[in-house]
Write a protein that binds this ligand. Structure first.
Ligand code: ADP
Ligand code: TPW
Ligand code: MG
Length: 573
C-alpha cells in the first residue's frame, strides 16, 4: 500500500483509488488535470502509473477507449467536474456505441450543494447525465467503498458486451481518511473480469447444420472478432470451412487482406448473392445496410439465412430474423464450431468461390491501374497508393483513419496484414478520434502509428500534436489536405464574401503545427515525397506531420455515404 497519507496508520481516498487501480493491473491513465484531480494525477504518477496528460478531455477519453479495444483492459480517462466531464462524455458514449471497454472517472462537486442547486464550483449532477450514455454508472461516497466502486466499474466495462462506464468521485472523497490496514482489506482484485460464455451445444449444432447446407456461404468478421483476440481460431474457421469472408473496417488484418478467401474486392457481389451468412462480432446496423434492401438483394434475398455469433443475446433479430443465433464469447463459439466440424468438412461449391475470384481479380486489376495513374496535383489514390506500400513493408504499424473521402478510399486501398492494426471512426462515423486513438495506440503498443486524416477530421483533435511531441510518440500524421470538408471547391450560393461552409483556408500548412512543438513537418505534393517522409518518420520514430496536398476537386460529397444525405424537397421539384 502506498503510505504517504497524513499519518502512517491512515490512508486516504487518493491512495485508495491508486491502490485499487494498481491491484487490478491498471497501468495508464489518460487525463486533463484540474480541481479536484490535480493531486491525484501527481500521486498516480509518483506511484508508477503512466499518466498521459492531454489538451482536451475528449481526446483523453478517445485514447482510453482505443486502449480498451487494443488491450481488453478498461482504458481509464480521468477528468475534472462539469465542463471536463462533459468534454469526456462524447468519448464515453462513443466507446459504448463501439463496444470498447473504458471507464470515465470524473471528480465532482459537493453533493449537498449540487442537489440543492446552490451554485457550487462546476456544479452538475454528473451521474444522472452520464447514465443514459454508458453501460453503467456508479458513485462512491465513502473511502471504504472505493474498492467496490473500482471493481464494479471494471467488471461492467469488460464483461459481456464491453462498453463505457462512468465512475463519479466527489472531491470530498479524495481527502477522506481511514485506517490503512482496513483500507487495504477493502480493495478488491477482480477475479475473471470477462468470464467466458460457453454457447449451448444445440445452438452450435443448429449453426453447423445451416452452414453445411449452404451453397453460397459468407463469413462477416466485425470488430468484435478483432477485440476477442482469438486470431488463430478465426483464421482456422475461415480456412477449414473454405468460406469466403468480408472484414468490417476494424476487422481488416484479422486475416491478412491479401488472403485468397478475402472477398473484400467483390463486396457488393457477395452481399447480394450469399445464401447463408455467418456474422462474427458484427452488427447488422447501417454499415451493413441493416441486412436488407438493395445491398442484400439478388436471387437469394427471400431465402437468405443468418447465423450470428455475439455475446449480447439482445443483438439477435435487431434488424432481420436470425435463423441461428450463437450466443457466447467469440473464442468459445468459434472453437465449438471448429470442434463440431470434424475433419471432413466439405468446402463451398467451386462455382461460388470461382465467381468471387473472377470478380476480385477484375476489380483488383482496375484498382492497380488507378493507383499507377499518379496525376498532378496528387489525388486520393496517388497518396494512398504510397501509404499502402509503406504499410505492406511495415505490417506492424497501426493505422488510425478518419475523414470522409480520406476514410473511404483508405479503407479500400490500404491493405492490413495483422489483427487490431486499424482504428477508425467506427459505428458512429465520428470525427475527432484521430489524435486520441493515435496517442493510445503508440502508448500501449510502442509500434509506429500512421494517422491518415482528412484535413477537416484532423482539425477536431489537431491540438494534441503537442501531446504527441511532449511524450515523443512514434506517430506520423498524414493530413490529406484538399482545402475542406469533402472537397475545396464549394461556392457561397449568395455570392457574399464568406466562403462556403465546407471550405477552409486554401493551401494551409498543417506541417507547421507539428514544427511548432519540435516535431518534424513535411510538405508533400507527390507520392514520392510522401513515401520518403513516411519512411523517415517510421525509421526515426519522431513525431511527424505530413501535409499531403490533394487535388481539391478530387473528393465527393460525404465520400461513399452520399445516399444518407437528406434531399431538399424544394430542389427536387
Ligand atoms: P463492426 O462495426 O465491425 O461491424 P460492431 O461494433 O457492429 O462491429 O459489432 C461488434 C459486436 O461484437 C457487438 O455486437 C458485440 O456485442 C460483439 N462482441 C464484442 N466482443 C465480443 C466477444 N468477446 N464475444 C462475442 N461477441 C462480442
Ligand atoms: C463529430 C460530419 C463527416 S466527415 C467530415 C465531417 C465534418 C469531414 C470530412 O472532411 P475531411 O475528409 O476530413 O477533410 P475529405 O477527405 O472527405 O475531405 N462532426 C462529428 N462527426 C461527424 N461525422 C461530422 C461532424 C462529418
Ligand atoms: Mg478534406
Amino acid at each position: 500500500m502506498t503510505n504517504n497519507a497524513q499519518s502512517p496508520e491512515l490512508t486516504d481516498g487518493f491512495h485508495l483509488v491508486i491502490d485499487a487501480m494498481k491491484l487490478n493491473g491498471i497501468d495508464t491513465i489518460f487525463t486533463v488535470p484540474g480541481i479536484p484531480i490535480t493531486d491525484f494525477t501527481r500521486m498516480a504518477q509518483a506511484a508508477g502509473i503512466r499518466v498521459i496528460s492531454f489538451r482536451h478531455e475528449q481526446h483523453a477519453g478517445n485514447a482510453a477507449a482505443a486502449a480498451g479495444f487494443l488491450t481488453q483492459k478498461p482504458g481509464i480517462c480521468m477528468t475534472v467536474s462539469a465542463p471536463g466531464f462533459l468534454n469526456g462524455l462524447t468519448a464515453l458514449a462513443n466507446a459504448t456505441t463501439n463496444c470498447f471497454p473504458m471507464i470515465l472517472i470524473s471528480g465532482s462537486s459537493e453533493r449537498e450543494i449540487v442537489d440543492l442547486q446552490q451554485g457550487d464550483y462546476e456544479e452538475m449532477d454528473q451521474l444522472a447525465i452520464a447514465k443514459p450514455l454508458c453501460k453503467a454508472a456508479f458513485r462512491v461516497l465513502h473511502a471504504q467503498d472505493i474498492g467496490v466502486g473500482i471493481a464494479r466499474a471494471i467488471r461492467s466495462a469488460v464483461s459481456g458486451r464491453p462498453g463505457g462506464v462512468y465512475l463519479d468521485l466527489p472531491a470530498k472523497l479524495f481527502g477522506q481518511t481511514m485506517d490503512a490496514e482496513a483500507g487495504k482489506k477493502s480493495l478488491i482484485e477482480v477475479v475473471d473480469p470477462a468470464p467466458r460464455q460457453i454457447p449451448a451445444p444445440d445452438a452450435v449444432q443448429r449453426a453447423l447444420d445451416m452452414l453445411k447446407g449452404a451453397k453460397r456461404p459468407l463469413i462477416l468478421l466485425g470488430k468484435g472478432a478483432a477485440y476477442a483476440q482469438v486470431d488463430a481460431d478465426i483464421r482456422a474457421l475461415v480456412e477449414t470451412t473454405g468460406i469466403p469472408y468480408l472484414p468490417m473496417s476494424m476487422a481488416k488484418g484479422l486475416i491478412p487482406d491479401n488472403h485468397d478467401l478475402s472477398a473484400s474486392a467483390a463486396r457488393s457481389y457477395v452481399l447480394a448473392e450469399a445464401d447463408v451468412v455467418l456474422l462474427v462480432g458484427a452488427r447488422l446496423n447501417w454499415l451493413l445496410s441493416h441486412g436488407k434492401g438493395k445491398t442484400w438483394g439478388g436471387p437469394n434475398a427471400a431465402t437468405r439465412q443468418f447465423i450470428q455469433i455475439d455475446i449480447a443475446p439482445t443483438e439477435i433479430d435487431s434488424n432481420v430474423a436470425i435463423a441461428a443465433p450463437l450466443i457466447g464469447d467469440i473464442g468459445s463459439c468459434v472453437s465449438a464450431l471448429l470442434a463440431g466440424m470434424g475433419a471432413n468438412w466439405s468446402k463451398p461449391p467451386a462455382d461460388w468461390t470461382g465467381a468471387i475470384t473472377e470478380r476480385k481479380d477484375k476489380n483488383l486489376a482496375k484498382m492497380a491501374a488507378t493507383l499507377t495513374l499518379n496525376p498532378s496535383p496528387m489525388n486520393f489514390h496517388g497518396a494512398l497508393g504510397a501509404i499502402r506500400d509503406v504499410i505492406k513493408a511495415r505490417p506492424d504499424a497501426i493505422v488510425v483513419n478518419e475523414g470522409a473521402n480520406t476514410l473511404d478510399f483508405a479503407r479500400s486501398i490500404v491493405d492490413m496484414y495483422q489483427p487490431r492494426k486499424r482504428l477508425d471512426v467506427g459505428t458512429w462515423g465520428i470525427m475527432g478520434i484521430g489524435m486520441g486513438y493515435a496517442v493510445a495506440a503508440a502508448v500501449v503498443t510502442g509500434k509506429p502509428v500512421i494517422a491518415i486524416e482528412g484535413d477537416s477530421a484532423f482539425g477536431f483533435s489537431g491540438m494534441e500534436v503537442e501531446t504527441i511531441c511532449r511524450y515523443n510518440l512514434p506517430v506520423c500524421v498524414v493530413v490529406f489536405n484538399n482545402n475542406g470538408i469533402y472537397r475545396g471547391t464549394d461556392v457561397n450560393a449568395s455570392g457574399g464574401a464568406d466562403v462556403a461552409p465546407t471550405v477552409f483556408v486554401k493551401g494551409a500548412r498543417y506541417d507547421k503545427m507539428m514544427e511548432a512543438f519540435g516535431g518534424v513537418g513535411v510538405h508533400a505534393t507527390t507520392p514520392q515525397e510522401l513515401t520518403l517522409a513516411l519512411n523517415a518518420a517510421i525509421a526515426s520514430g519522431k513525431p511527424t506531420l505530413i501535409n499531403a496536398v490533394i487535388d481539391e476537386t478530387a473528393g465527393t460529397e460525404s465520400g461513399r455515404i452520399t445516399n444518407l444525405n437528406p434531399k431538399s424537397a424544394a430542389l427536387k421539384k
